[in-house]
Design a protein around this ligand. Structure first.
Ligand SMILES: Cc1cc2nc3c(=O)[nH]c(=O)nc-3n(C[C@H](O)[C@H](O)[C@H](O)COP(=O)(O)O)c2cc1C
Length: 162
């Protein structure tokens, strides 16, 4: 099958998670296209779509929100998986709700929406982002759980062959 894996990422952590998901699905024998949401002009040729975004200020990035809005009707015709990358599940981090991207995913029915922990590295951020992170009590580190990402991608592969 032909699968689109698209993700919005500002500082790369979400992009690398999308790369891993694309690689796993491709290794299982599917034809995977990995594109940034703003570069996708049509999803007609895809049998299924995976779309993710980094979460900033409780929201999906605008390019991912726009993607869902642009392809809302086509996404109801084919399996669609969503993932968010934020500080959910990060030990000692102030509780937050990275799934509070509600309005985006209310538009479409996702097979699943998964929140993955991301990366908070102040040296990658601008001054404003660092101040917000400090105020939010962000804990420095790379908390990406590659086993969880692999397992989620493998679940998509199983669903595709079901
Ligand atoms: C300014 C700023 C705001 C953030 N806001 C949230 C938030 O509201 N919820 C959350 O779970 N994570 C939040 N995060 C954490 C990011 O989602 C996390 O660092 C993620 O890995 C960034 O992905 P990226 O490298 O793909 O851009 C924020 C990070 C920054 C720097």
């Amino acid at each position: 099958m032909r699968i689109l894996v698209t993700a919005a990422s500002k500082h790369g952590a979400t992009g690398e998670i999308a790369d891993r998901i694309a690689q796993r699905i491709g290794d299982a024998g599917h034809d995977v296209v990995r594109q940034a949401p703003e570069d996708v002009t049509s999803i007609d040729d895809f049998d299924a779509v995976v779309c993710g975004s980094a979460v900033y200020m409780t929201q999906w990035m605008s390019s991912a929100q726009d993607f869902v809005a642009r392809f809302e009707s086509e996404l109801t015709d084919r399996p669609f998986w969503a993932f968010s990358v934020g500080m959910a599940g990060v030990p000692k981090h102030a509780p937050q709700d990275p799934s509070r991207i509600g309005p985006v995913l209310l538009r479409v029915r996702a097979e699943d929406h998964r929140a993955f922990p991301g990366r908070y590295k102040p040296e990658l951020l601008n001054l404003r982002e660092r101040s917000i992170g400090r105020l939010a009590g962000a804990v420095e580190g790379d908390f990406r759980d590659w086993d969880a990402v692999n397992a989620w991608a493998d679940g998509i592969v199983s669903s595709l062959s079901a």
